[in-house]
Design a protein. Structure first.
Length: 313
């Protein structure tokens, strides 16, 4: 007859399933990929938030400045921010000298509290949106990620960055104050290398998210980004792109999405019927599909339906 100790010992030797393993250790194995002169990227998973990925779905950029590393976006939690501190020290013993938030979605700024003693730059409207929406985002993130979020508090950006030519820790950038993915989206063009850190204005092989989207404005922002003729694009999600394909893909998806929703409204389809619409092959293989398409229907279709079918107007 097996004793309780023997049973527990036997169980301890069994391989853990991915989810159990993630929950058991709750740590991030971050890797910095070199992209250009003094620029590294931490590439996020292309899935939606899950216990398996711990919310590590966003791309993070680190850029060498005069006194340390400039960190662009801070991830989804305090724990993720702490992992970035360790990673940065391995790249440059001086650590992080400045932080930039490209926009106010939680996967991009919920690591901020770890850098509370460092200037955290963002557009003014991004700071206001983080103050307005941060607590609601936190409630949802804790629901989705549980203990991955333990100890995470909402810390909005502290310093406002303006558009135009700027110096961050002695490194020159063109700051592009745009919008469309959210009310306020910042893109940065590194003048030394021509690298464009586009935030979530650009997705690559990952379906765009639209909870705060203004599709018309987003397309205009893509025009502005394309006009910069970047040598390399770091999207908010998905692999880095030296060809410009990510801009084309993002625009193609947004145009298809809007046309699909408008055609659905004009045809009298309801939301459930639209969600069941098969995706074109070029979009079906994107990360986080069909969930992101279905979320976009929920986010955007009611407003488009009112435009196309103005009942009683």
């Amino acid at each position: 007859m097996l004793t309780r100790r023997a049973v527990l010992g036997a169980l301890s030797t069994l391989p853990l399933a991915p989810r159990a393993f993630a929950q058991a250790r709750l740590s991030y194995d971050l890797t910095a990929k070199p992209l250009a002169d003094g620029i590294w990227m931490v590439e996020g998973a292309t899935d939606y938030f899950s216990m398996q990925n711990g919310g590590a779905i966003v791309n993070i950029t680190l850029i060498k400045g005069d006194t340390g590393l400039i960190l662009i976006d801070t991830g989804s939690s305090r724990r993720y921010g702490e992992a970035l501190v360790s990673l940065a020290r391995n790249l440059d013993i001086r650590g992080i000298s400045a932080v930039v938030n490209t926009h106010h979605h939680p996967d991009h700024f919920f690591g901020n509290q770890v850098f509370a003693d460092t200037p955290i730059f963002a557009l003014g409207e991004t700071r206001q949106a983080a103050l307005r929406d941060g607590d609601g985002f936190a409630d949802n993130m804790y629901r989705l990620l549980g203990d991955w979020m333990r100890g995470t508090e909402v810390v909005p950006p502290t310093d406002v960055i303006a558009g135009g030519e700027v110096l961050l820790d002695g490194r020159a950038f063109l700051a592009l104050p745009l919008g469309g993915h959210t009310v306020s989206d910042l893109a940065l063009l590194d003048r030394r290398t021509g690298t464009l850190i586009a935030g979530d204005l650009v997705f690559h092989n990952r379906a765009p998210t639209t909870p705060s989207a203004d599709l018309a404005r987003w397309n205009m922002s893509l025009d502005t980004l394309a006009a910069q003729k970047p040598a390399l694009i770091v999207p908010g999600h998905g692999p880095a792109d030296p060809t410009g394909a990510a801009l084309i893909q993002t625009r193609d998806y947004l145009r298809w999405l809007e046309a699909t929703l408008r055609n659905g409204a004009q045809s009298g389809l309801d939301m459930v019927e639209l969600m069941e619409t098969p995706l074109p092959d070029r979009f079906a293989t994107m990360g986080a599909q069909p969930q992101e398409y279905q979320r976009s229907v929920a986010h955007l279709f009611p407003g488009i339906e009112r435009q196309e079918l103005p009942r009683g107007n």
